[in-house]
Ligand binder design. Structure first.
Ligand code: ATP
Ligand code: MG
Length: 401
């Protein structure tokens, strides 16, 4: 008997962060990367190929025992071909489609009796206006497929804004590009965003991480605090139960993240935003802040190995995303950041720095005397030094422009 070989489709930072725990466990690991210099291709055995070409997927799958994903963009029809040829695809296409298509996801959440905002498919301006009239303004429009980091999300303030957007704005572009039907949603007046993550194995073992708070800035994940501070325990329990329910009902294998809106006093205190079936940015804290990090857990889960303990360490962990800033590289500030914050766990992805691009993250665990507030300021400060060099507390640096 040998260890099962794991293949990851997609060479982004998520595949890169699976490589280390796979190596620790002794699991043979390969990546189908989009380019020779892709984030994961820098650190793991790989082949370069195109995840939209079934021939490339087939050739890759022939070299491993289980296939999983760095992203959600592999066409489900290709995955069905692989499955028909006996490849273990985890999560499988019937689960994955709920992370690919927000209309399919909304219908499933509704079918399971879990809390959705009001929603409807919208194929033209008339549908959009009718939805706004029925459910109120502002309203939210989303492309059903292909959105990420807030791209593919449009908030419409009122009927005039909808008309203008259809004539000369984003809505018009979407309709012209033929991406309808779109997803129309009520604009949720949430108090904050939460995320509930669970792991599930093909044998049915499930492990639920503590529910976390996630702050988005300009539609991009910015800071995650785990566990979510001051979350009503009943809401936390219901949110975890909803994530487990979704994982079981949709037959998810591997990591599932359920993005949630906190809505105190409405329904169970939250509504479902969307699903991701892979390790997720809202779970990066667990790499340093839980007994078993989400990347190790994903590897265990898709290989149908027993899951690891998901207990959070200390008082919790703050994760700060590192987005590209004014510096063109990350190594200029690297030693400075490490020196200033030995408590910070710095993760960088080997990606070119462009303003706003996710290029790394920093975790600080609230251990010993350190409070969650201390962890938050240390994570912010370490990320700021890496990103731009100057920090407000550092008078030796030039102020930021
Ligand atoms: N119905 C809504 N009401 C209020 N705000 C919303 C709504 N839907 C989305 N948002 C805001 O827009 C953000 C992005 O939306 P969503 O998660 O659907 O898009 P995405 O681009 O697929 O996200 P991701 O970056 O997670 O891939 C949400 O995190 C939230 O801040
Ligand atoms: Mg989202």
């Amino acid at each position: 008997m040998t260890f099962p070989r794991l293949g990851v489709i997609g060479g982004g930072q998520l595949a890169r962060m699976m490589a280390a725990p796979a190596a620790e466990l002794g699991v043979p690991f390969r990546v189908l990367a989009e380019a020779e210099d892709a984030s994961a291709a820098q650190v793991a055995p790989h082949v370069v190929g195109d995840h939209t070409r079934v021939e490339d997927l087939r050739a890759f799958a022939a070299t491993v025992d289980v296939v999983t994903f760095d992203h959600e963009h592999v066409p489900t029809e290709h995955l069905r071909v692989l499955e028909a040829e006996g490849v273990a695809v985890r999560p499988g296409p019937d689960a994955l489609v709920h992370a690919q298509d927000k209309l399919v996801m909304r219908a499933a959440v509704e079918r399971l009796g879990l809390p959705n905002p009001a929603w409807a498919p919208a194929s033209d301006l008339e549908d959009v206006l009718a939805f706004g009239q029925a459910h109120g303004w502002p309203m939210v429009l989303k492309t059903a497929r292909g959105g990420y980091d807030g791209k593919g999300v449009l908030v419409l303030a009122d009927a005039d804004a909808a008309r203008t957007s259809a004539e000369e704005g984003t809505l018009g572009q979407w309709l012209a590009a033929g991406v309808a039907p779109l997803l129309a949603e009520a604009h949720v007046p949430f108090t904050r965003e939460l995320s509930a993550q669970v792991a599930r194995t093909p044998s049915g073992q499930v492990a639920a991480y503590p529910v976390v708070e996630s702050v988005q800035t300009d539609g991009v994940c910015d800071v995650v605090t785990a566990p979510a501070p001051d979350l009503d325990p009943a809401v936390a329990e219901a949110a975890s139960a909803a994530a487990v329910r979704l994982a079981e009902a949709l037959d998810v294998t591997g990591m599932l993240a359920v993005e949630l809106f906190e809505t105190p006093g409405v329904g169970p205190g939250f509504q479902v935003n969307e699903l991701a079936m892979r390790p997720h940015n809202s779970g990066h804290w667990s790499m340093d802040g839980a007994v078993t990090g989400q990347f190790e857990q994903h590897v265990r889960a898709v290989l149908d190995l027993p899951l690891g303990d998901v207990t959070a360490l200390g008082r919790g962990t703050v994760m700060k995303n590192l987005l590209g800033g004014t510096r063109k590289d990350l190594h200029t500030g690297f030693a400075e950041a490490l020196a200033a914050h030995p408590e910070a766990k710095v993760h960088t992805y080997g990606k070119g720095v462009r303003p706003g691009r996710k290029v790394g993250h920093v975790n600080v665990v609230a251990l010993g005397e350190r409070t969650l507030a201390d962890a938050a300021s240390a994570a912010e400060s370490a990320a700021a030094v890496l990103r731009d060099g100057a920090t407000p507390s550092d008078p030796t640096q030039e102020p930021r422009p």
